[in-house]
Design a protein around this ligand. Sequence first.
Ligand SMILES: Nc1ncnc2c1ncn2[C@@H]1O[C@H](COP(=O)(O)OP(=O)(O)OP(=O)(O)O)[C@@H](O)[C@H]1O
Length: 931
Amino acid sequence: MEGALTARDRVGIQDFVLLDTHTSENAFLDNLKKRFNEDLIYTYIGTLLVSVNPYKQLDIYSKKQMDIYMGVNFFELPPHIYALADNAYHTMLAEANNHFILISGESGAGKTEASKKILQYYAVSCPSVSPMDRVRDRMLLSNPVLEAFGNAKTLKNDNSSRFGKYMDIQFDIQGEAVGGHILSYLLEKSRVVHQNQGERNFHIFYQLVEGGEEDLLRQLGLESNSQHYSYLVKGQCANMTSVNDQNDWRTVRNALSSIEFDNGDIQDLFGVIASVLHLGNVQFESDNKGNAKLNNSAELRWLLGVSVQVLQEGLTYRKIEANTDEVLSPFTVDYATYARDALAKAIYGRAFTWLVNKINESMENKVSRHSNFEQFCINYCNEKLQQLFIQLTLKSEQEEYEAEGIGWEPVQFFNNKIICDLVEEKHRGIISLLDEECLRPGEATDLTFLERLEEKMGSHPHFVTHKLADKTTRKTLERGDFRLLHYAGEVTYCVVGFLDKNNDLLYRNIKDVMRESKNAIVRESRRPSTAIFNNLRVLLPACFMCTHTPGRFDDSLVLHQVKYLGLTEHLRVRRAGFAYRRRYEVFLQRYKPLCPATWPHWKGLPADGVEVLVRHLGYQPDEYKMGRTKIFIRHPRTLFATEDAFEICKNDLASRIQAQYKGYRQKGEFRKQKEAATKIETCWRGVQARKEKERRQWAVKVIKKFIKGYMTRGEAKTTDNSEYLVFVRQSYLNRLKNNLPKTVLDKTTWLSPPPVLTETSAILRQIHMRLLVRKYVRGITAQQKAQLQLKQITSAIFKGKKDNYPQSIPQPFVETRISEEDINIKVLQMIRHERIKYSVPIVKYDRNGFKPRPRQLVLTQTAAYMVDDAKIKQRVIYTTLKSEPPACYVWNGGIQAGKEGVVDFSSGSESMVYKDRNGHLMVVSHATVAR
Ligand SMILES: Nc1ncnc2c1ncn2[C@@H]1O[C@H](COP(=O)(O)OP(=O)(O)OP(=O)(O)O)[C@@H](O)[C@H]1O
């Protein structure tokens, strides 16, 4: 039901019980139509399945579909024949009692197809072991055989079942099928000898004639042409395009072999079919006394394996027993024809019964035998079924109300018991009267039967004939008609043929003829024995409806069937009091999120929880009742409102559950990570502790050794002190490395070595000093070099000659840069006070801008030298010095070499040398500070 609830808004309503306007036929029809137009052919009325034949293949019977329905709650999924089959199977197993699926509907409504679908479903879904395979296969294989012998083309259905069928599958406690049984009843034998326009005889005749192998046909004396046999052409449509008799013949032949029919059986069976065909071609003519005589006895030799003479006699004479004597009374042609047809019907009927028995033997459960079913009457079958429906539905409703302690509210419904009685009552019902009329001595005809009916039930409100009717009704009735006011409406019957069809009595001599037959099927035959629907606890009805045109929903046709099947009545009974009921646990479980008091868990009794819940939802007192174990809700709209609220709440719920779940997952994840981290940490700490321990042990060892080494450091190298000495060496060298003297002049810095390294230290000191000297030498600039060279020169000149020379040694020469473009400078040196004061780099540029060779002008107090490449090139004549610093230069730009002149020194922003206006040589230096 919950599944139906969820899907209700999609296409109509899946369960009519939830139809608000449940009393309206139009609403009923609308819902069926809406669903049918979407190819949804199944709808429920509670547990009753209603189906509308689509007349087209729908993709709803696949293995995948079967899997979906297997073991699923009946109402969880959309309505389907598989749901019904599955439900019957599982409740049977759970409750360990017999279950019964009743399929009813008009011809062509799809009953046979439905029964096949159920068998197919069981074939796939039931546990499979070898005996099951046997039963399952035989049930399925027997279908085409039964259809060949029991089905025929009618105006309504090309494959109409012309017999009632009751199939029974027996399951063991584990749910394995261990046996099967088919009961057939009311085979329409009259079809063997007569078919209405547009209809055919039973399929098997055409299959044998059109598809039978040449050998077989020859053996049976048959020709491969349906038109040749008078029993096959009454309806004038022996050959039809929608049926392939030849293919079907092969299917039937194979199926017969598979279900253990041996060659003898098969021969006998087709012998009967051939005999019927031959019999149909037997013709009589009148002799001169008006008695029947065969006009062609050739056909007779093919018949039944009975001697031609006995057969001839049996068909043309009637045996009358008078006391102990037997007298033969000749037939007229009409009687002979009647006898012939009766014989044909009888042997076909027996062949059919034999066939069904044979199939049953092959499926029989060797452990238990099933009782048989007795003759049932199709005329009131539907009426009976309707009664059964209503009774069972009402009864189960009433029982449920009682069990739940809810007051029963009487339901007004149409009880058709009165009509059933009219048909079936002993000695007074129509069937009894018909039987009596057939059996009574004297001339009985259809009309005498009608008179008996009028006599016996003239005042019955549901029975009327031409004679009994009032003026207006009479106009609608023929003289031979009677009308019954059936549950589904009035039906007018014509009595013609009633006696014949009911009369299965054969003239005794024909029975004798049959007893003589060599054909086992014809010789021995049993009448079906009695059985009633006994031991049936649960009824699962399914009603089928036809539309006749593929995919088209014919309103009036379907409405007629809705009435005929009593569906709205059924719905009314089912909906009598409360539309919906559910066990408290189930109801609470579904709707508990709608009330804070019941969500997420209700601690008390489920019934109390439901009470709290529905009050919270605002249910009015008359909308529901609380039973012992269930809540009953009167109107679907109440439930729908609750369901709508639930739908809205579901989303919210889903996010909450999702969040909770995510949180839970996260927490779990976090806990795992934390545990892992702790584990890693513990491991790591262990590793660290072990390392530390090892380190300490090692340290102790080292320290011990160190101390020992220290104590014996003065001794010769032993194992005890060798490491210590290495350490002392290393440590001294390391320290020394960081405390080396940095300049050549630093003579004091040097770490005093330990005794073992005294010698080494001295060598190292020497090496280091050399290194410093080399570095210093490499590091001095050309200028410094020049200075030193100059110092060297000056040393050569002045050392020992001047008193103040030693003081002048650390005094660097002052450098002045002089530059004069395009002037060829020749610097003269001036010596005045024999004290070197200045050193002036001279840069000479030639006219082409080449860099000049560096030269230096060395000035002393007494002389000036032109220095080139650290060699004194020229001694220059000096002159008086007027400027300070005191110097006198002569240059040959204007002053002849050796010639005296005045040189003025000054400082300025730019170095230059030029001849001043007063005739002095001007030397301007921009670096005038003495260094
Ligand atoms: N579920 C279905 N899907 C598609 N077509 C179907 C279905 N059921 C029946 N039919 C079609 O309807 C035809 C008649 O169905 P079926 O023979 O089962 O009717 P029936 O009720 O057994 O008729 P009768 O009482 O005359 O035997 C089938 O041959 C098939 O073509």
